[in-house]
Design a protein around this ligand. Structure first.
Ligand code: TRP
Length: 437
């Protein structure tokens, strides 16, 4: 049996900050590989719109809303299947902000001082001779803690991110370790999953494609505008007939990110044979358009039906909260935010008393099914569930037991089994801890 606090052996989670309009660089570097990964069998994945993170960078309400819509529509149009994955909006999960506070209280301020994004702002201020914290919000400072809550809430093992985010994942691990040390083994320590093979796409000017360089090609721009933008990609001044270098050619690199190997080889040959830049751009345009056109059509349909996207996100939030709500209950009890009627007389200062509380643990077995067990304050196994098809069913059964206590055992007799040697009274005693909470 799996005794770690983890819910599933392969749980992936990724957040997408809802600022700006997705561009081809986002598609190649993040959307495309993530959607492909979400279709692999045996992985449970969580994708969410990080709109609380967006508030740190953007103070324009209409832009926040528009960008959330566009990014949700982009991921759906690119093939993210909300039936298969849990796709939700961060701000629909109030437990995330609640967990952020519990984590804040175990996070070293010194660690946050060392966060790259915060330090970059401070360095910039110091160089300019300003107060080091000029224009730095506490939101920017707290960014890593909020991100930690995103990850730790869903017991994610792997977090696919770009290199610039590795430090944040390390901080989430650090915070989780500190929490577990104080309160017992509740949080799963996450790891960054860096996709080495994913291409970094150059932008129109040859530098990395990025909003901050203003050199992007929006993913779902109209066909004629796509052609125009591609015509503006920087090239050298070699004339048609002269051999061209693929090395350092932004046009070639972008083509490669969309083309099959054989197509790339053909363009390489055409470069050697002296293809004119105009023709090469036409090839690139057709190749990108071929890939993007069907998605663009789905995107337009989705954008035209925002209420449908809203409905999908609400359904995603229900799925996510089926996990988050009971887990947050466990964490609240772990730190001592408990119903007072369960309070013990001020007891000995023994170590056991520190974190001793009954606990439900969810896990997944090799058979692929989802299980839970109930341990008493001394970590004795009181009961075990049968397998459930989804973590949601397991979580809602736990929620029923927590709400109704031993009274629910009769209706759940097919679903949970009391351990040998454990009396019904033992179980009832531990369940009372939750019903009173
Ligand atoms: N910080 C991430 C980015 O800018 C977005 C993000 C927020 C995230 N919460 C997360 C990514 C949790 C992974 C996991 O790309």
């Amino acid at each position: 049996m799996n005794n770690s606090p983890s819910a599933s052996p392969q749980c992936f989670l990724t957040g997408i900050t809802t600022t700006g309009t997705p561009h081809l660089g986002n598609f190649v570097g993040s959307i495309r590989p993530s959607v492909a990964a979400s279709r692999l069998p045996g992985v449970q994945s969580f994708y969410f719109l990080a709109d609380y993170h967006a508030l740190i960078k953007c103070g324009e309400p209409a832009r926040i809303q528009r960008s959330t819509l566009e990014i949700a529509a982009s991921w759906l149009a690119a093939g993210l299947d909300p039936e298969r994955v849990t796709f939700y909006r961060q701000s629909d999960i109030p437990e995330i902000t609640e967990l952020t506070w519990l984590l804040t209280c175990v996070t070293g301020k010194g660690m946050l001082n060392r966060a790259h994004a915060y330090k970059a702002s401070v360095d910039k201020n110091e160089t300019a001779g300003n107060d080091p914290d000029a224009d730095v919000t506490a939101g920017l400072f707290m960014y890593p803690v909020l991100m930690g809550a995103d990850i730790l809430m869903f017991k994610a093992h792997k977090v696919p991110v770009g290199r610039d985010q590795i430090q944040h994942i390390e901080m989430a691990r650090d915070i989780a370790q500190r929490f577990n040390h104080l309160y017992g083994d509740h949080l799963v320590l996450p790891e960054a999953a860096i996709e080495e093979s994913v291409a970094l796409l150059p932008g129109l000017d040859g530098r990395k494609m990025s909003k901050s360089y203003d050199n992007t090609i929006p993913l779902f721009i109209a066909r004629d505008q796509l052609r125009k933008l591609i015509a503006g990609i920087v090239t050298d001044s070699r004339a048609p007939g002269e051999a061209k270098d693929t090395e350092g050619s932004a046009l070639f690199q972008i083509y490669q990110a969309f083309a099959k190997e054989s197509e790339t080889a053909a363009l390489r040959q055409a470069y050697a044979d002296g293809i004119g830049w105009g023709d090469a751009k036409q090839m690139l345009f057709e190749r990108i358009d071929q890939e993007v056109a069907p998605m663009r059509e789905r995107y337009q349909t989705l954008i035209g039906h925002p209420q449908e996207i809203e409905r999908l996100l609400q359904a995603g939030a229900d799925k996510a909260r089926a996990v988050a709500t009971p887990f947050m209950g466990e964490l609240r009890r772990a730190v001592g935010l408990r119903n007072l009627s369960t309070a013990q007389a001020p007891a000995s200062k023994s170590k056991a008393a520190k974190s001793a509380a009954p606990a439900f643990k969810q896990y997944r077995e090799k058979d692929g099914q989802f299980y839970f067990k109930l341990l008493d304050a001394g970590a004795r196994l009181l009961l075990r569930s049968q397998g459930f098809d989804s973590p949601k069913e397991a979580a809602s059964t736990i929620a029923l037991l927590q709400k109704e206590g031993s009274g629910a055992l009769v209706t759940l007799q097919d679903k949970v089994q009391i351990s040998p040697g454990i009396s019904a009274a033992d179980v009832a005693g531990s369940l009372a801890f939750f019903t009173a909470a």
